[in-house]
Design a protein around this ligand. Sequence first.
Ligand code: GLU
Length: 290
Amino acid sequence: MPPPVFRFAPSPNGYLHLGHAYSALLNAEAARQSGGRLLLRIEDIDATRCRPEFETAIYEDLGWLGVRWATPVRRQSEHLADYRAALDRLAAMGLLYPGFESRAEVARLVAEREARDVWPRDPDGAPLYPGTATSLPADERERLLRSGTPFALRLDMEAACRLAGDLIWIEHGSGPGGESGEVIARPKAWGDVILARKETPTSYHLSVVIDDALQGVTDVVRGQDLFWSTSVHRLLQQLLGLPQPAYRHHDLIRDGAGTKLSKSTAATGLRELRSRGVTPEGVRGLIGLP
Ligand code: GLU
């Protein structure tokens, strides 16, 4: 069997904190123990939030921690053509449709539904798409497309699930409810997810799945906050005929109040800790690693 391939895939939209250190070190350790490789992937598709100085800081902070990765580093912003090709395939299968509502319009539609009844939310707590894009008459859709009206490309979840059938994944870690082993994927819980937008011609779900396949990733080790995203990833892998990695979702590092870390602060940021004289060994101690 070829050696396993792991990856650490941060987004350069802020400085790394203890949560990132934990994930990167778990990946590095798993690669070392299994005689595998660790890749680094820069998930920089969101041009409005990602900045070059954060990317530079990722290399510096990981290097300081003692994490080593195989090169070249894959930067998602340089591979938009790969995501485009996948979108074309899904479109040819009749699984995509354009939604022309702005974010504000979507929010208004949700508020309208919620005023009448309980409206379902996805595993991240965001309301499902309430739009009416699928019932848009074909000539109206054509007119909007021709007029250059911005749209989001959405996955027709019902049709996609019909085509893909039942799916599971192998979980070596655990989910928020202790799920482990063979986990049943529940992509419908996400509704008609956006796979591309006008300003960002791909999405987290799509690029992660394409890259894991193109980079030969065999083992995905990441935070438990992404556990249920795996449902969508399995669906896309199945539709696009891509191999499925094994998954290990790890617990999250939380702050004193028990909240998941979202940005680097004096107490949790790797640069901040370093400037206060904390050593890489000290960081390991803070996150409970030997
Ligand atoms: N880029 C994602 C993040 O920083 C991680 C993606 C993944 O590991 O699948 O949260």
